[in-house]
Design a binder for this molecule. Structure first.
Ligand code: NAD
Length: 501
């Protein structure tokens, strides 16, 4: 299914000769090269001299073949017994678990997150496959009382057809798993395009499904640039649904381009606030800020990027936060104890450094970090020290725009009302938290805040496999939630059936 080639890569003035494995697209049950005969490379963001693999730089012709293959496979897969579909998901979960150590290492090389986080992601993805293997067999319709004693009226759920799955690099296995598993168990066929920064772990998911015995054409896999393959994945008339996770800009573009008969589920950006009340346990508030703002190097869509703090605890909070942040070890995701890894790619690095400059220019005070780290072993990686800005005003760009990096903006407020006003002022509404010991305030917060996920005394990051997930405002299309049992609904359509006896 893959081939090994000797590839000469140009890097500055020196020509490196490296053994790099080449990975193919997966179309109609075959691992095939792109019609373009062109490749791109997945690079380790902690050491850009480490090339993780070569992948197919596909074009629309490849996408067309993948969609045709998925269309052809759909009628049989839709008729396949749910228990057989479930058995394939369970076997694929076994394969992920059996290879968790290898896949975690590959994920860390490709994306940069710590290998323990990578292993958790592999295990969580296996659990997601198992969750949908069971839940997908319990989805039902309803029956409706009516005046005719000789008639039964009920709804039935049917699969949609071919689904495009388009995913980002930050959770390159668990996000595809939580889209592909509910799509497959409900009888849809899939064309999957991963982020070009993390194609290898995506290959592993497809391989697991292949080894688990998925019939040809049910899952198809195409790698390549969004500008080369994205349009057809979104506009081809056979595509009945698009499930996308990524930036709000890309999500809006896809949503506009797609036909009105194509269902869309767009999970997008965030600018997630954590409110720290003056009755809060400040040590807890600091832990939640550090974990929510800096874990995964700030590259979680639900990451804490604004901390809105009541005036009379602000000084103490900031002091404790700086102390804790200064103790975080920065480095390669394979090193024990590392809490801050590299940013995932060069674009990320440039974007984070750009926003640190914007923060300063707008008048915020850089109280800690925010520097490129490139000395010694960091020389070939995309490392930045975690940044804490104080004196941030709600109209500063770092308080409004998604940065998607280890940058926390501290905003001081006089009251709960002012905190809520500022928290809700942005165009996003993905996740939000409050730290308080007052139950009334906590309860009020759950009602006042505009966010799809609301946390009290917990990090803005993290969500359960069995609970719904999604945002409000520009964080989501808000049509259908992902994750949990409701995550199945997007992939099915209702038919109302009247049977006269
Ligand atoms: P991105 O939007 O650049 O890319 C995401 C995926 O979409 C990639 O596979 C990319 O190739 C593809 N793509 C981009 N533009 C496209 C287009 N016009 N048509 C078709 N496909 C297109 O995002 P990214 O940099 O990979 O990920 C970071 C973003 O993802 C952040 O904004 C983050 O908030 C968001 N995110 C959201 C969630 C969530 O559940 N809400 C979860 C994780 C990440």
């Amino acid at each position: 299914m893959t081939a090994r080639f000797l590839i000469r890569l140009e890097k500055g003035d020196s020509l490196l000769t490296t053994k790099i494995e080449t990975f193919n697209n997966y179309i109609n049950g075959e691992w095939t090269q792109s019609v373009t005969n062109k490749l791109f490379y997945s690079i380790n963001p902690a050491n850009t001299e480490d090339v993780v693999g070569a992948f197919q730089a596909s074009n629309e012709e490849d996408v067309k073949l993948a969609i045709e293959s998925a269309s052809k496979a759909f009628p049989n897969w839709a008729k396949t017994a749910p228990s057989k579909r479930a058995a394939i998901l369970n076997r694929a979960a076994d394969i992920l678990e059996q290879n968790a150590d290898q896949y975690a290492e590959e994920l860390t090389r490709e994306e940069g997150k710590h290998v323990k986080d990578a292993k958790n992601e592999v295990i969580r993805s296996a659990q997601t496959l198992r969750f949908y293997a069971i839940e997908g067999q319990t989805l039902t319709g309803e029956t409706f009382p009516n005046d005719d004693p000789n008639m039964k009226v009920s709804t039935e759920r049917e699969p949609l057809g071919v689904v495009s799955v388009i995913t980002p690099w930050n959770f390159p296995l668990s996000i595809p798993a939580r889209k592909i598993a509910p799509a497959l168990i409900t009888g849809n066929t899939v064309v999957f395009k991963p982020s070009s920064d993390t194609p290898l772990i995506a290959v592993r998911l497809v391989e697991a499904l292949q080894l688990a015995g998925i019939p040809n054409g049910v899952i198809n896999f195409v790698t390549g640039k969004a500008s080369d393959v994205g349009d057809l994945l979104v506009t081809h008339p056979a595509i009945r649904a698009i499930t996308f996770t990524g930036s709000t800009a890309a999500g809006e573009d896809i949503h506009k381009k797609s036909s009105f008969t194509t269902r869309t589920q767009m999970e997008l950006g965030g600018k997630n606030p954590l409110i720290v009340m003056d009755d809060a346990d400040l040590d807890l508030a600091v832990d939640l800020t550090v974990n929510g703002g800096f874990s995964l190097t700030g590259q979680a869509c639900t990451g804490t990027s604004r901390v809105i703090v009541l005036k009379n605890v602000k000084e103490q909070f900031v002091q404790k936060l700086i102390e804790k942040t200064a103790s975080l070890k920065i480095g390669n995701g394979f090193e024990e104890g590392v809490k801050i890894g590299p940013l995932a790619n060069e674009k990320q690095l440039k974007n984070v450094l750009k926003y640190i400059e914007i923060g300063k220019e707008d008048g915020a005070a850089l109280a800690f970090g925010g520097e490129r780290i490139d000395a010694g072993v960091f020389g070939n990686g995309y490392f930045v020290s975690p940044a804490i800005f104080t004196n941030v005003k709600s109209n500063h760009r770092i308080a409004k725009e998604e940065i998607f990096g280890p940058v926390v903006a501290i905003i001081e407020v006089d009251s709960y009302e002012e905190a809520i006003k500022i928290a809700n002022e942005v165009e996003y509404g993905l996740s939000a938290g409050i730290v308080t010991n007052n139950l009334k305030t906590a309860n009020q917060f759950t009602k006042d805040i505009q966010a799809g996920t609301v946390k009290v005394n917990r990090t803005t990051t993290g969500n359960l496999i069995n609970a719904p997930f999604g945002g409000l405002k520009k964080s989501s299309t808000s049509t259908f939630r992902e994750s949990g049992r409701v995550g199945l609904e997007f992939f099915t359509q209702l038919k109302t059936v009247y049977i006269g006896y």
